[in-house]
Design a protein. Structure first.
Length: 214
């Protein structure tokens, strides 16, 4: 048999080494990027989760001068149970504990008469900050407090006969008292605990009762 001369034989296809290397590099880059995304996502999740957990204990006496943290000093007093009869609270005004099934409306409400403890405490459970003051507090200080409350979600205020300090601020498990409405701790307390001290994230402060005892 006669064989064709070498020049007549078909030329084998050239190996595209560049394409192969490119695919390998692209694959390696994809793996690295996916790994980085996974690590980054985990770190973001961990940071968010840590911040959520930190929100369950947001204050210490070292952070706000005079702050009382009942979450650490008296957690047994902060039961979230619903009751139908008035409760005798271990702090005045109350800053958490058993409460009535209906909350007090707390969407910037300024009450000019006292409100029921059991309803107010339910509002604290939802994340409200409740400002109370002695009925004898000067009108200018009352108006300064009201200006911090009006139009602000998760805020309410009312006079509170019998409290020993001129002004008191309550969030669920936290309380601080001050002598006048110009005290910087008022704004700091609101900034730190409004909504963040909630025991029921996402619970509304609207559609509550608006009745007073006066």
């Amino acid at each position: 048999m006669a064989y064709p001369p070498p020049s007549a034989l078909p030329t084998p296809p050239k190996k595209n080494n560049g394409l192969l290397i490119g695919l390998l590099v692209a694959g390696a880059v994809a793996v690295v990027m996916l790994s980085a995304c996974g690590v980054g996502g985990f770190l973001i999740y961990r940071e968010y989760n840590d911040s959520e957990e930190a929100g369950t204990d947001l204050g210490t006496s070292a952070e706000i001068d005079g702050l009382v943290n009942y979450r650490t000093s008296n957690p047994a007093a902060l039961s979230q149970s619903h009751v139908t009869s008035p409760v005798t609270y271990p702090m005045t005004p109350p800053a958490g504990g058993p409460h009535f099934g209906q909350w007090q409306n707390c969407v910037g409400d300024v009450y000019n008469a006292p409100i029921v403890d059991g309803n107010a405490v339910h509002s604290l459970e939802h994340g409200a900050v409740w400002i109370t003051y002695q009925p004898s507090l000067g009108s200018s200080d009352v108006e300064k407090l009201a200006a911090k409350v009006r139009g602000q979600a998760y805020m309410m205020m009312s006079p509170y006969p019998g409290q020993t300090s001129p002004i008191s601020l309550q969030a669920w498990g936290y309380q601080v008292t001050v002598d006048d409405a110009d005290d910087d701790r008022i704004d700091e307390f609101i900034r730190r605990f409004r909504q963040t001290a909630t025991m029921e994230p996402g619970a509304t402060c609207a559609s509550g009762i608006t009745t007073t005892t006066g």
